[in-house]
Every structure is written in C-alpha cells, then in structure tokens.
Ligand binder design. Structure first.
Ligand code: PLP
Length: 358
C-alpha cells in the first residue's frame, strides 16, 4: 500500500530505531532525561530561540503557547483555515477560554492590512476597553489546509510588523517549518525570527514516531511548561521517543526536498490527466490537493485504495495526497499509474453507457 493520507504515517527508520533503543533516559518531569534535554537544546538552537520544551503532540505545543500568551476572555487572531482554529477540537475555547477571530487568508496567507483591519476599533468613537483584548496572532508555515503553502518571507515580515504595532504577541505554528525552510532556501531560525513562540513537529515529514517542541524566550517556554503539566503532558522516560526526534533533526531535514520533488511529479502528472483539476501553483511542498471531476471523490479514493493507493477526501470533490519518507520516486510513479487507471476505467465505463455498441 502506498500511503499518502498524511506525512504522520511515516515510520521510524532502522537507524532511528537503533538511536531510540540506545537512548539514555531519565524522568523528564524531574527534568532528568538527558536525551530530552539534548533535543530541547538542539531545537532551540536550530530555531534561534533561548529555550524549547518537548511535548507529546503539536496540538499541545500550540495550545500551551496560546494559554501562555493569553488570559481567559482574550481574543486570538488566526487564518480562517488555521490548524489552531479549526483542527484542534475547539481547544482554544476549552483550554484557554479565548475566542478565535478569523483572518481572510488565501491558502492560509493573509496580509498586514487584514491584521490591521482586525485590530481596528468597530467605530471611530468607541471607548477604550469596549472590546475584549486582542492578544495574539497565529501564523501557520507551511499551511496545512492551504495545501502546504509557504509564506513569502516579505509577507511574514509585514504581518509581524503590523501585529507588533498593535501590541500583539506572535506565535508560529511551524508543524512543517522544516518543509518551509527547504522550499524557501531560508533557514528555520530566519523564518522563526519574528515570532515569540514557535511550534514544530518531529512526527510528520521528519519521520520520528511522535512529539513536537515549543521554542521561544526562556520566560514563555517556562510558562508553557507549566501548562504542559497542567494539560497532562508530563511524560516520564520520554528520551526513548526524543531520541527518534533528535535523529530526525540531524538526518532527515535535507531529504524533505525529495518529498517536494515527488509531490511535484505527482501533481504534474495529474495536471495532464482528464477528469482531474489541479492548480499547480499551489503545490509548493509535500502536500498535493486536487479535485476529481470524473466521479465523486469518495468513490475515486475507494477505488484507488482497492488498487493499493491510500489518500484522503477533503469535501465532496477534493482529495489530499501527502508525500513523506515512506514514499520514494518509484512509489510515486506507481501512484500516478493507479490514479490514471482508476480515472480511465471510469471514463470508459461512462462512454460505454452513453454510446453502447449495437
Ligand atoms: C499536524 C499539525 C499540528 C499538530 O498536530 P498533532 O497531531 O497534534 O501533533 C499542528 N499544526 C499543523 C499545521 C499541523 O499540520
């Protein structure tokens, strides 16, 4: 089975498993685990921040960050399709008591003007303090629901400057910041520079079995550590899994370029295929989103699955395919062939139905 449902399905390699088996461990709740501490130090260094905290999931790193930057009743700005706003089970309301206000992004990318408009008072003479306080802006790079979009560096800097002018803190959901760095040719620290806190995932394209980290100033990370414990995220000999993440950080970042090349190859083949619509400009990293015209997306995905290719539907006609270290170039060619065969079979069946031979 070629599994393109998500890059989270990627599995630890043999070398990664060896590193995990040999990891030195301790009780991380007592801050005794040397492998966790090494991972945190290395992550903070790569992201150009003072400190970092290893946590079980990206949802937890994002939500501890939101909790650390806000108080109940505050307002947080994020893209209308932002992972923190729509894919984290309502956690900002449930865990931090904040409301989310949506910015009108295009594939997850919004402008400084959008941020300024969200910060403007509702009318000219509204008194100070009539609105709940806007505290935080969240930016996602690359953008998951946007299709793996990479923020143009100039847009990032503009949005950050406007947010600062309005007194907002800045959080980066960089679950796939590694992909953004490889695609843009800028290093992670450069992309993280405008932000007070940065969340990164080890469990996606990097191929580690689990875990994420929140990086930022010593103060913000210390506050997030408290909420990690409060949310039930104290995990003891976490060095076992941290060793996989540390291995991935050192060995799997550069190879993300292969995933981007495979995604591109897949997208370009689909672009030539009748019965499928795709906007090649939106394919920038390892995520490919396309529409199926020839048949309902659910039927398409089911027939691909029967032929050995697993993908996810997204709405009535949308499909998502995500490339990762478990899928190589020959797998990509096999995936292309499966898509072609499924569409061809459907188009042929329709032609036969419309013009039966007599
Ligand atoms: C995957 C992901 C997360 C975190 O997800 P977990 O499943 O909780 O680890 C956060 N943000 C984005 C953009 C993601 O793609």
């Amino acid at each position: 089975m070629i599994d393109l449902r998500s890059d989270t399905v990627s599995k630890p390699t043999e070398a990664m498993r060896r590193a995990m088996a040999e990891a030195e461990v301790g009780d991380d709740v007592y801050r005794d685990d040397p492998t966790v501490r090494a991972l945190e130090d290395r992550t903070a260094a790569i992201l150009g921040k003072e400190d970092a905290c290893y946590m079980p999931t990206g949802t937890m790193t994002n939500q501890t960050a939101i909790r650390a930057h806000t108080e109940p009743g505050d307002v947080v700005l994020a893209d209308v399709q932002g992972h923190v706003a729509v894919l984290e089970k309502g956690a900002p309301a449930a865990l931090s008591g904040v409301t989310m206000r949506a910015l009108p992004g295009d594939h997850g990318i919004f402008s400084g003007e959008d941020v300024a408009a969200a910060c403007a008072p509702p009318h000219k003479f509204s008194p100070q303090g009539v609105q709940p306080p806007l505290k935080l802006l969240c930016v996602e790079n690359t953008h998951n629901l946007g299709g793996g979009t990479v923020w143009p560096p100039a847009a990032l800097i503009e949005v950050a400057a406007v947010a600062r002018r309005h007194g907002l803190a800045l959080h980066l959901d960089g679950a796939r910041l590694w992909n953004a760095a490889v695609a843009s040719g800028l290093d992670e620290a450069e992309l993280a520079r405008p932000f007070d806190s940065v969340s990164v995932c080890f469990s996606k394209g990097l191929g580690a079995p689990m875990g994420s980290a929140l990086a930022g100033s010593a103060d913000i990370v210390a506050r997030a550590r408290r909420f990690k414990a409060l949310f039930g995220g104290g995990f003891r000999q976490a060095g076992i899994v941290a060793a996989g993440a540390l291995y991935a950080l050192e060995h799997h970042r550069q190879r993300l370029a292969e995933d981007h090349a495979n995604a591109r190859r897949f997208a370009e083949a689909l672009d030539l295929q009748a019965g499928i619509a795709i906007d090649l400009e939106t394919v920038e990293t390892n995520i490919v989103r396309f529409r199926v015209i020839a048949m309902p997306a659910a039927d398409f995905v089911e027939r691909c699955f029967e032929a050995g290719l697993s993908m996810l539907t997204s709405g009535a006609d949308g499909v998502r395919a995500v490339f990762h270290l478990g899928v190589d170039a020959p797998d990509t060619d096999r995936a292309i062939n499966i898509v072609r065969e499924v569409i061809l079979a459907e188009l042929t069946a329709r032609l036969d139905a419309e013009a039966p031979l007599v």
